[in-house]
Design a protein around this ligand. Sequence first.
Ligand SMILES: *[C@@H]1O[C@H](CO)[C@@H](O)[C@H](O)[C@H]1NC(C)=O
Ligand SMILES: *[C@@H]1O[C@H](CO)[C@@H](O)[C@H](O)[C@H]1NC(C)=O
Ligand SMILES: *[C@@H]1O[C@H](CO)[C@@H](O)[C@H](O)[C@H]1NC(C)=O
Ligand SMILES: *[C@@H]1O[C@H](CO)[C@@H](O)[C@H](O)[C@H]1NC(C)=O
Length: 160
Amino acid sequence: MKFSSSLIVLCVGFGLASGKLTPNYTSPLGVEVYNPDQLFNVSGPWSLMTKAGNLLYISGMRGFHPSNTTLAPVGLPRIEQAFSNMQQLAKLGGANLTDCIRLTVFVTDMYRWRPLVNTVTQELWKDVAPNYPARTIVEVQRLNDDDIVEVEGTFYLGNQ
Ligand SMILES: *[C@@H]1O[C@H](CO)[C@@H](O)[C@H](O)[C@H]1NC(C)=O
Ligand SMILES: *[C@@H]1O[C@H](CO)[C@@H](O)[C@H](O)[C@H]1NC(C)=O
Ligand SMILES: *[C@@H]1O[C@H](CO)[C@@H](O)[C@H](O)[C@H]1NC(C)=O
Ligand SMILES: *[C@@H]1O[C@H](CO)[C@@H](O)[C@H](O)[C@H]1NC(C)=O
């Protein structure tokens, strides 16, 4: 099984949590909105992630290279990149992949992309396999930019 170098870098980074981010906004009841600008600047009226209590919600990620906002090649590299982007945001938010509560994956072709989503998931969670997060995967007619996959993750931050 061949994985791109980005995924290998990712796996080396597995489990590393980083420092505390400052929320860009905190609602009256304490929902925190985060738009760390190290990876992406959002392109519209949404935020990269939000936190309520000790739960971290990451927006649907697609397979952009953060460095130049171009999409990785269609297929495995695109799907790896989408998961990588989610993982990097989780890390910035102080969460581990192992503390993922749920993944929701949208694909535009269940037969072509679901096996590759499985491959990427197995590689990323290999240290705890077969104990994967809860997951929903659905086929949708269209994603933004006619993309093929989008993944969103919810993470537990533990007692902070
Ligand atoms: C992330 O997981 C690794 C491996 O299980 C563990 O050593 C580390 O303490 C965890 N970090 C956090 C912030 O939970
Ligand atoms: C959100 O906060 C971060 C860290 O303070 C800052 O770097 C970034 O520019 C802010 N983003 C927006 C959209 O205000
Ligand atoms: C996002 O925008 C900020 C402020 O304009 C800039 O400093 C930062 O480099 C940008 N980040 C990316 C990944 O383009
Ligand atoms: C964007 O960055 C990625 C990763 O660094 C690189 O592989 C790709 O060739 C770049 N694409 C363009 C159009 O510069």
